[in-house]
Design a protein around this ligand. Sequence first.
Ligand SMILES: [Zn+2]
Length: 290
Amino acid sequence: MSEGPAPTLGPRPLVLSARVLAGAPRIRHGFSTRAHAGGGSGVAAGVDFDLRQRAEDPAGSTRNRALFTAAMGLAGAPLVTLGQTHEARIFEIDDAAGLPDEPPSGFDAVITDVPRIAIAIGTADCLPVLIADPSRGAVGAVHAGWRSAALGLPALTVRRMGERYGSRPDELVVALGPAIGPCCFEVGEEVISGLAARSPEPERWVVRAARRKPHVDLALATRLALEAEGVRADAIERVAGCTRCDAARFFSFRREGAATGRQLSAIGAVEAGTAMGATSPASSASSTSE
Ligand SMILES: [Zn+2]
């Protein structure tokens, strides 16, 4: 949990954004990268901007998280992460006073309509999905590794936002963050059959070639599952970049193993009537749509 004013010293993180969310009223969001521009405290630019809560460096971890929430437009807001376990349960935040002290375990998605809370997913190859209902100020964040995707978690989260907040799928905007791409996501047949239970048209997101195992485009499979749930195709944007290919910007589990750092993908809302972009990220870079 990070609360209080944004730190003034420390590395300035490079934070990516999606146009569909950057242009949405009331919504603040950002996808962290490992890259940072250094800072006024003598920190040189580097590729070590890690957003794990590291037991060996609690102060540095808290500082990095505060720098990230400031960069994504919610300076000083609490940052809620999950004890992600590749399942399909959704953590619901109804009250700013009742936030968990520790990341709640057994949850891979989180939703809220309470303003000025940054809800976040940690990844290092899995697909982070950020969902916004701008008119109701409701947001969701989903950890879509293949297991959770095969359990239907992205679509289940859209459905739950409808039950809880009255969100209509065709009014939602969704950004699919940096993840392992179809260039690198080699899988077994059990992954394909699992995902195919939730995502139509596997011939579009499975890449087969002679003498190698199949590869999967997890972001496209997730897009098609969300479109099948009623989200408009033009309201879904994929942030470009493969976490495994691009070591200058992303941590990758497949490239670096379990000890690699983590990106955070976070979203939150502000009160109705707050000026557009009043606290939009200063160091953001626009993404490329697919
Ligand atoms: Zn790749």
